[in-house]
Design a binder for this molecule. Sequence first.
Ligand SMILES: [Mg+2]
Length: 309
Amino acid sequence: VENEFVDYLCSQLPPHPLVRIGPGDDAAVLAAGADEDAVVTTDLLTEGVDFLLDEVDARRIGRKALAVNLSDLASMAARPEAVVVALALPRAGGFRLAVELYEGMLPLAEQFGTAIAGGDTNSWDGALVIAVTAIGRLTDRGPLLRSGCQVGDRLLVTGSLGGSIAGHQFDFRPRVNEALQLHADYQLNAGIDISDGLALDVSRLVGASNCGAVLQLDTIPISDAARCLAKSSSDGQSPLDHALGDGEDFELVLAVEPNEARRLMADQPLDVRLTDIGSCVDQSGLWSACPDGRLIPLHPTGYEHQLDG
Ligand SMILES: [Mg+2]
């Protein structure tokens, strides 16, 4: 439904000379100067949807609100520069809550050299809503977009996937430095961060590039948290199901031409492991490869916001 609305919105928005990349990617790219582009993204976290205040320390929520934006900048290979923070605070205990949210945000902002440059602080008789808008700058390599996948590209993913609900969803390190390093030293064709689930986000990545993807299911890096979750819950979901469909891994999926991917896989230049999980194919949609080479459709599992009407 979220995608459907974005499609509708795009059809309503007249082209604007400053908008280089509009809705539909991980962030917008705006002409900011003679030959400079700015990258802008925003994310909204709502109590009751994204977290429960009586279960999570507000500092971790503040940190996450910033971190998810940094992850979107990372997926564009942009360097974060500044954020503004909008809060709708519940009136009761709102001051203390705001202090704690910022206590969580400040160390992460400092770590990534990002200024907290302003925002808006309101109160109301509703739940906590926190919206962060982040601004980044591109390197001379330009933006990494969803739409750059070429048929034949390998799909590489950072880290391991699934089970983020056990804590990674709050404590993850946005892959900003990793993205900048890879974008500088290798030829990356396209990228996305995994916010809603590997399968869903890969299908968005290749969908934006007008191609499809085949995932080699036995290569997908499964996190320990995904294995624990599969063992401890009785919903019948395997560790692989969690790796494919759980949201909020905030790892990067990159499309890389095969020879370059081979070089990248051999170098393993990051502190975190890169895994080759599949490739881009002509046939649209998401597929998994059987051992005999046959392709079977793979459902793009993941988290989508629902709208009624
Ligand atoms: Mg994203």
